[in-house]
Design a protein around this ligand. Sequence first.
Ligand SMILES: *Cc1c(COP(=O)(O)O)cnc(C)c1O
Length: 234
Amino acid sequence: MNREETLVKNFQDVQAALLAACAKARRNPQEVTLLAVTKYAQDRDVLTLLKQGCITHVGESRVQQALARWTNPVFAQFHTVKHFIGHLQKNKAAKAARLFDFIDSVDSLDTALAVERAVPAGKTIRALVQVKLTEKDTQSGLPLEQARELARKLKDLSRVKICGYMGIAPLGAPQAELRNLFRLVKRAFDEDFPPGAERHLSLGMSEDFITAVEEGSSLPRIGSRLFARNLEGL
Ligand SMILES: *Cc1c(COP(=O)(O)O)cnc(C)c1O
C-alpha cells in the first residue's frame, strides 16, 4: 500500500473499531464523532484524509500552528469543525476565539472569560471543561469536583457555550482503572449535562478510545492511530 492508501486504511480501521465499541455497548454510532487530532500530522497526510472526506472534526494543540494551517486556502476550502485541545494561555485567547469552533480544554474561569470577550459577533464557541484524571502534576485540567464547579460558573456565559467535559486518561493504566475513571466522568457528565441539550463527552485517545467509547465518550480524540501508524518509509 502507498502512503495515501495506508492513511485511508488507518481511518477505516478506526471507524470499524468505533462501530464495534458502539455495538458492544449498545450505543447508537450516530452519537459518536471522531475527532482527528492533526497536531503532529504532516500537511500532506491531513489533506489526504480531507480529500477522501474521512475527517470533519479536527483537533490542534497550538494556536499559532493551527492558524497557519487552517487559514491556508488549501485547508480552508474544506469544511471542518476546529477543536482546540491544548493548554490555552490567556494571551492566545483572542486568536483562538477567531479560529476555533470548540475549546475542549478549558481549565480556568479567567481564560474562559478572555475567550468570551474575544468571540467575534455572531459566533458561538462550544467549550468543554478539562477534567484531570491523574494525580500527576504535569497534566492540565482540574480535579473532577473543581471541574464541575467551573462548568456551573460557565453556564452564565453567552458566546461561550459550555457543553461537557474532556479528559486525558493516564497512559498505560490497567483496563479496570481506566474504566472506573471514565465511568466517574460519565456519571458527572450525565448529571451536569442531561440529555436534551447539546452535550459532548470527549474521552479516549489512540490507546484507549475503545474503552472510552464503551463507557460513553461521544468525541474520542485520535492522532497517532490515524497519522503515524504503518507510515514509516512510505
Ligand atoms: C495529542 C493529543 C491527542 C491524540 O493522542 P494520540 O494518542 O496520538 O491519539 C488526544 N488528546 C489530546 C488532548 C492531545 O493533546
